[in-house]
Design a protein around this ligand. Structure first.
Ligand code: NAD
Length: 494
């Protein structure tokens, strides 16, 4: 069975791991590969490589960095299908979703190709007689990226193109469930001409994460994952003096007002609720319907949900399996709980089994969900959509704003005034208006509010550039003997 080891200083790095993780093919249930789990010593080796490489990379010209980024962009684009196949084989999502995440990641590489413009500072001439002031932004050093299982290519790509473009060196700790995409991209960076040591990958679990969080050589941590771990990473990393951005979990609400186009809303609920089997931090899991349209909307969603084909992501299914058996069972236990707590189960995915020992769970739709039920309060992270019926816009808004998460939300309406009010009043970081999954383009920044983000910097866009650089302001005075230098108070001829 093949074993995945680390990538340090431009090559694979085998430190004879004593612990390993199983990588499953979620569509068959079989263990397909093993991944080596690193230790503090592995992290140390990666930091040494990243520190050595930083000495040169931070001085590489903007032209050189951009050339490497353009080459990397071309290589990822050319290899998109291969990366997608790797993702599907370890994550389970259907191939089109996997290719889609590579495309979204590429948008960040394209954004980072504009780094010469993004790093331009300000300049104020003659702030005092003969004195100029200007600002520059400089790289931090070795930076770490710790990513979740659900977007093994895209989420690391939210960060590393910008970090590298800014002159930093990078250590990626991918999810141990699907680490191959990061390894593949490491090889592409090398092929693109990135100097060895600028991009490193260390695999592992909590042991490696803890070593990253406390290593004095690592200057910042960009984390994406569940809320309890995000909070832990933020608190531990900042205590060690690092800047940390830690993106956490989500419970995204889609509010449907009575004047909305219900077919559009039903299509959106299906895509946003069940795409990637609901394993998306921007998935819609709570559908807040303002009466009197709930009966009609639930009927339309049901009609569509029962037609979705669950199956092997490589074989033309609409929805793949969940990532592991453990996760599948956790999601199914929420469906059991929702039923026990009194919600109406409209479509039940528990009996769906397209064959084999895959980690199957079909689309599940609940109606008459109330705010105290665990299927509403908790992030489930699976293909489970809950309909909550409310009487007014105000009730819908209060529900969304009182939830602990604030990652994404959407409103469906034909009333521009209501939509505008919602975008203003809702306490959520990313808002869609008749758009169910409002993931910002790379030149804007991605991030939630409340328990969906610890720290104050969102990913990519100008906030990403800001996160991966430190500001410096220079106050400068040059003596100019031809003008006498007199009013500077300096002797002539110096
Ligand atoms: P997770 O929190 O279990 O794991 C994320 C990373 O943390 C992994 O690399 C993992 O190895 C590491 N980790 C796990 N347990 C740890 C521990 N005890 N100590 C230190 N490190 C630990 O998350 P996941 O299951 O891989 O991903 C799903 C979660 O990620 C969901 O909650 C989802 O909402 C969230 N997510 C959020 C966003 C966002 O932008 N806000 C994007 C994608 C995913």
């Amino acid at each position: 069975m093949s074993e995945i080891t680390h990538w340090i200083n431009g090559k694979t790095f085998d430190d004879s791991a004593k612990r390993h993780g199983d990588i499953f093919n979620p569509a068959t249930g079989e263990v397909s590969k093993k991944v080596a789990f690193g230790t503090a010593a592995t992290v140390d080796a990666a930091v040494k490589s990243a520190t050595d490489a930083f000495a040169e990379w931070r001085h590489s010209s903007l032209t050189k960095r951009v050339n490497v980024l353009f080459a990397f962009r071309e290589l990822v684009n050319t290899n998109k299908e291969k990366i997608a196949a790797l993702i599907t084989s370890e994550h389970g999502k259907v191939l089109s979703d996997a290719a889609g995440e590579v495309t979204r990641g590429l948008e960040v590489v394209e954004f980072a190709c504009g780094i010469p413009h993004l790093l331009k500072g300000g300049f104020s001439e003659e702030v005092s007689t003969g004195v100029d002031v200007y600002s520059i932004r400089q790289a931090l050093g070795p930076v770490a990226i710790i990513s979740p299982f659900n977007f093994p290519a895209m989420v690391p790509m939210w960060f590393f193109p910008v970090a590298i473009a800014c002159g930093n060196t990078v250590i990626v700790k991918p999810s141990e469930k699907d680490p191959s995409a990061a390894m593949f991209m490491a090889q592409l960076w090398k092929e693109a001409g990135l100097p060895d040591g600028v991009f490193n990958v260390v695999h592992g679990d909590k042991e490696v994460v803890d070593a990253i969080l406390t290593h004095p050589g690592i200057k910042s941590v960009s984390f994406v994952g569940s809320t309890p771990i995000a909070k832990y990473v933020y608190e531990t990393g900042t205590k060690s003096g690092k800047r940390v951005q830690a993106l956490g979990g989500a419970k995204n609400h889609m509010v449907v007002l009575p004047d909305a186009d219900l077919d559009l809303a039903a299509d959106a609920a299906i895509n946003a609720g069940f795409g990637s089997a609901g394993e998306r931090c921007m998935a819609i899991s709570a559908l807040v319907v303002v009466e009197p349209v709930a009966d009609a909307l639930v009927a339309k969603i049901k009609e569509r949900a029962v037609k979705l084909k669950t199956g092997d992501g490589t074989k033309g299914a609409d929805m793949g399996p969940l990532v592991t058996q453990v996760h599948r069972d956790k999601v199914a236990s929420y469906v059991d709980a929702g039923e026990k707590e009194g919600a109406t189960i409209v479509v039940d995915g528990r009996s769906v089994n397209p064959g084999g020992n895959g980690f199957w769970l079909g689309p599940t739709l609940f109606d008459h969900v109330t705010p105290k039920m665990s299927i509403y309060t908790d992030e489930i992270f699976g293909p489970v959509l809950s309909v909550i019926r409310v009487k007014s816009y105000d009730e819908a808004l209060a529900l969304v704003n009182s939830h602990q998460y604030g990652n994404g939300t959407a409103i469906f309406t034909n009333d521009g005034g209501a939509a505008r009010r919602y975008q203003n009043e809702v306490e959520v970081g990313m808002v869609g208006i008749n758009v169910p999954i409002p993931v910002p383009m790379a030149y804007y920044s991605f991030g939630g509010w409340k328990n969906s983000l610890f720290g104050d910097s969102h990913a990519h866009g100008t906030e990403g550039v800001h996160f991966f650089t430190r500001g410096k302001v220079v106050t400068s005075r040059w003596l100019d003997p031809s003008h006498g230098g007199i009013n500077l108070g300096f002797p002539q001829n110096t």
